[in-house]
Write a new protein. Structure first.
Length: 155
C-alpha cells in the first residue's frame, strides 16, 4: 500500500510539473495576421501607431505620441474591436521616467481612419477604465489616425 501511494505521488508530481512547463510556446513569438500603421498630427504634436491583428478579436500594438512642448508618451496597447470601436489598455511611459502608466483608449474606425475618443475615466483598485454608461465622445477627439506605410521601429 505504501509503495502504491509513493508511486501515485511521484506520478502526480510528474504530471503537474509537465503541465506547468512552457513547451516553447513563447508569446513574444506570436505573429500578427496583419499589421497596419497609422499617423496623426495635431499642430506640432504627432502620434504614430502600429496595430497588429492576431485573430478576429485580439489587437496589440505600439503607440508613440511626440509632443512639441512636453515629454513623449511611448508604450504598448492590447484590446479588441467591438463593431467599429477599438478599445485598448495603453501601457506607457512618459519621457525617460521609469514609472509605467495604464490608461484605456478608444478609437472609432471610420473611412479607414481611427478617431481617438474622449471618455470619462475611473480608477478602482489601481485599474483605470472608461465609466460605464457614459458615452465616449469621438467628435472631440484630438487625434485622427490615417494609415501610413510601416517602418521597422516605432521608438
Amino acid at each position: 500500500m505504501r509503495n502504491h501511494l509513493l508511486i501515485c505521488t511521484i506520478l502526480a508530481s510528474t504530471v503537474l510539473y509537465s503541465c506547468n512547463q512552457n513547451h516553447g510556446s513563447d508569446k513574444s513569438l506570436e505573429k500578427a495576421i496583419s499589421t497596419t500603421c497609422y499617423m496623426a498630427v495635431d499642430g506640432k504634436d504627432t502620434a504614430r501607431m502600429e496595430l497588429g491583428t492576431f485573430n478576429k478579436e485580439k489587437i496589440k500594438g505600439n503607440l508613440v505620441v511626440s509632443y512639441d512642448k512636453k515629454d513623449n508618451n511611448h508604450g504598448e496597447f492590447e484590446g479588441s474591436f467591438k463593431g467599429d470601436t477599438l478599445t485598448v489598455i495603453y501601457t506607457f511611459q512618459i519621457g525617460k521616467n521609469p514609472t509605467v502608466y495604464k490608461n484605456p483608449l478608444a478609437f472609432l474606425k471610420k473611412d479607414g481612419k481611427l478617431i481617438m475618443g474622449i471618455g470619462k475615466i475611473e480608477n478602482v483598485l489601481g485599474r483605470t477604465f472608461f465609466s460605464k454608461g457614459v458615452p465616449i465622445d469621438f467628435a472631440q477627439g484630438r487625434f485622427t489616425y490615417a494609415p501610413i506605410a510601416c517602418k521597422k521601429e516605432l521608438k
